[in-house]
Design a protein around this ligand. Structure first.
Ligand SMILES: Nc1ncnc2c1ncn2[C@@H]1O[C@H](COP(=O)(O)OP(=O)(O)O)[C@@H](O)[C@H]1O
Ligand SMILES: [Mg+2]
Length: 339
């Protein structure tokens, strides 16, 4: 029988979200671990560790163990997962919840099995895995059980999962290493080239989330940022405008659209026709980039819309798979076989 405290977990490359049955999103923290360089002793995990990025003294490093999609640093990723799960479910004497976990695409079978062991050690009785695009689609409200082609594009920090689904199966997919991080990098590079201004990754991300748009804006936005002038070597305050930022992200944006285009090209004609009817659904934190759905629609001539609370789709989809076992239970697996 389903326990009241079953959980759905999105172990993303930059954020970990946990959905708790009957409660909604119970945890949403950066997938960051801060550790001592030499001893590798862990100093902080999650929000506290994220604050240290770019600000750590020489002997401490703040890193994202899953930064490159697959298990960049498996041991650290395990420790982090254990910490978040234990924090969410607390110490339980009698009941052990069940969990559905969505791992970054590209994780191998051995890693999947050890993640399930980690979950057990953190207090979870039984963990089942759910493929990321299916979790995202369920969480976005896509009717995954229909014999109808639908396309989900889940844009994370390190990578994007692009998939065409029909009857709950991934028919065509790709997972390019293009996500929010690539947009941040493009912004930092642009300011270095154009203004000789060196900015940190968090400033680049702020510029992206606040004034950058994937379509030209009707009204110009501005943001003041402080960086280091590469010529004088001194800190410098600059006012950046949104037109520049639109220009700055041209390359990763084009590549992302190209990747979606390529998946559509490889989609069987009938299903592709369904996608043209239905439109493309965007999820993941990266889907919040202003104007992104319009840029994709304009380039590919396919309707495109962002799911509600896009960043929460994967965690919610995992939770819903547990709650609605009769509808979605068949997509769960135990880490042995991929769907
Ligand atoms: N308002 C926003 N505009 C553009 N990008 C955003 C916005 N909010 C968050 N993001 C980006 O979303 C990405 C994180 O998405 P998320 O789904 O949490 O990542 P992951 O699944 O890889 O852990 C980051 O690159 C972040 O900068
Ligand atoms: Mg995500």
């Amino acid at each position: 029988m389903a326990a009241a405290d079953d959980i759905g977990i999105d172990l993303g490359t930059s954020n970990v979200l946990i959905y708790a049955r009957n409660k909604g999103i119970a945890l949403n923290e950066p997938a960051v671990v801060a550790l001592e360089r030499d001893s590798r002793a862990i100093r902080a995990i999650g929000t506290d560790a994220h604050r240290m990025i770019g600000r750590t003294p020489g002997n401490i490093i703040a890193m994202r163990p899953l930064a490159n999609g697959a298990m960049g640093d498996f041991e650290l990723a395990s420790t982090m997962l254990h910490y978040f799960v234990a924090e969410t479910i607390g110490k339980r004497m009698f009941s052990r919840p069940r969990a559905v976990l969505s791992l970054p695409s590209g994780v191998n079978e051995m890693e999947k099995r050890s993640m399930i062991t980690v979950m057990f050690e953190a207090g979870v009785r039984r963990t089942q895995l759910l493929d990321r695009p299916i979790a995202a689609a369920i969480g976005a409200g896509v009717h995954v059980n229909d014999a109808y082609g639908s396309m989900i594009v889940d844009i994370g920090a390190g990578m994007t999962d692009i998939a065409v689904l029909s009857l709950g199966k991934v028919v065509v997919s790709d997972m390019p290493m293009i996500g929010g991080d690539r947009f941040d990098d493009a912004i930092a590079k642009y300011l270095r080239r154009k203004h000789n201004l060196l900015i940190g990754p968090r400033t680049a991300e702020d510029l992206k989330n606040n004034i950058t748009s994937a379509m030209p804006r009707a009204e110009q936005l501005y943001m003041e940022v402080t960086g280091r002038n590469l010529i004088s070597g001194l800190p410098k305050l600059m006012r950046i405008n949104s037109d520049e930022m639109f220009e700055a992200i041209d390359e990763p944006l084009t590549q992302l659209i190209e990747a979606i285009h390529a998946v559509l090209e490889h989609t069987p004609a009938e299903l592709a026709a369904d996608v043209f009817d239905n439109g493309i659904v965007l999820s993941g934190g990266g889907a919040q980039l202003s104007g992104l759905e319009d840029a994709i629609s304009a380039a590919l001539k396919v309707r495109c819309h962002v799911a509600d609370n896009p960043q929460e789709c994967v965690a919610r989809g995992c939770g819903m798979a547990l709650e609605k076992a009769s509808e979605f239970g068949r997509y769960l697996n135990n880490g042995k076989n991929r769907i």
